[in-house]
Design a protein around this ligand. Sequence first.
Ligand code: HEC
Length: 96
Amino acid sequence: MKKLVLLVALVGCGGPYMPMATEADGARASSTADELNRGRTLLLSDCKSCHQPPSPRDLRAADWPSQVEEMRERAHVSPPDAEAITRYLVTFASEP
Ligand code: HEC
């Protein structure tokens, strides 16, 4: 019974792909896990007022910088915060 509940929770309420960064992800991004997760937190807080925060897999890595730059002004996000958001999205994007 417990197993079934867990399965339903995983499938039903998994939400969009929004992984926490590990140290390995940080190294892969020439950054740190903390900095990537700061971008994740900003994405979840600053990009949710008009629509669901996008999942990194919604776009390819190459397409994220211009997309965030376009949204940055609408969302009133500072350039350094937008950079952190972009780095997070690029690191977990659907393909490089
Ligand atoms: C003030 C409202 C607002 C905020 C805040 C906002 N967006 Fe958007 N976003 C929109 C609207 C409206 C659209 C629909 C498409 C368009 O008008 O360009 C959109 C579309 C998008 C899309 C889909 C574009 C496409 O071509 O499929 C992405 C990705 C996106 N936003 C990312 C972000 C990110 C990242 C942030 C946070 C930095 C953010 N948005 C914050 C209003 C907002």
